[in-house]
Ligand binder design. Structure first.
Ligand code: CO8
Length: 172
């Protein structure tokens, strides 16, 4: 798929954390009101990100009618949010909490409502606190991607990063 993102050539390779979710297991470390993965939000993506081999993850997302942008197809922002969630969860495989710093999406084909998007994501490596991640989505044929994404996530100290905005009424 066409894209313009060029990761640095000198990325530090990363190892899977010994306590990372085993391949095939759900990576469940976020909170229940997250738009991307929470069970307690009526209109959320409800993504279940599954650990794969090595530094990979995957997820499936049925494209529901409320996700509509252009008539009959997914909204580009919803698709971007799904990539963000899938890629942002993957650094838990290396034991790191991250936030999105940079996210690029390439849209190759319209994605119809009623289809199921399958996401595969892979951690490419690290440069200091920056974790580079790539992802591809298809709707049935892995050889025919409908969209792809490249991102830079930055590792954070969770307590420090969210201290100012953390809503203790919602997230306990
Ligand atoms: C289980 C979890 C699932 C989560 C999935 C969903 C993820 C999300 O949506 S998170 C929400 C959206 N993102 C945010 O709110 C983040 C907002 N931004 C920030 O808080 C800060 O800018 C932050 C933390 C990214 C970086 O700030 P700070 O900690 O001061 O670090 P800083 O020194 O500026 O940057 C660190 C490195 O990242 C680089 N960097 C920062 N921003 C960018 C950017 N936009 N593009 C490229 N590189 C960047 C810096 O250049 C620096 O690199 P280097 O090591 O080469 O000098």
């Amino acid at each position: 798929m066409k894209h313009a993102f060029v990761p640095p050539a000198d990325l530090e390779p990363l190892q899977r954390h010994p306590k990372a979710a085993a391949p095939g297991h759900h990576i469940d470390l976020h909170h229940s009101t997250c738009f991307g993965c929470g069970d307690d939000v009526p209109l959320g993506l409800h993504l279940k990100v599954i650990a794969g081999d090595g530094l990979t993850v995957s997820a499936d997302m049925p494209v529901a009618s409320w996700m509509q942008g252009g008539p009959g197809v997914i909204h580009g922002g919803v698709l971007s949010a799904a990539f963000d969630e899938v890629m942002g969860t993957s650094p838990l495989l290396i034991g790191s909490a991250v936030v999105t710093a940079h996210l690029e999406i390439d849209f190759a084909e319209p994605i119809p409502l009623g289809s199921t998007l399958h996401f595969d994501a892979r951690i490419l490596g690290r440069q200091r606190r920056k974790v580079y991640i790539a992802s591809v989505a298809h709707i049935g044929d892995p050889e025919r991607p409908v969209a792809s994404a490249h991102s830079i996530f930055v590792t954070i100290d969770v307590k420090e990063h969210f201290a100012e905005h953390y809503d203790k009424r919602v997230i306990l």
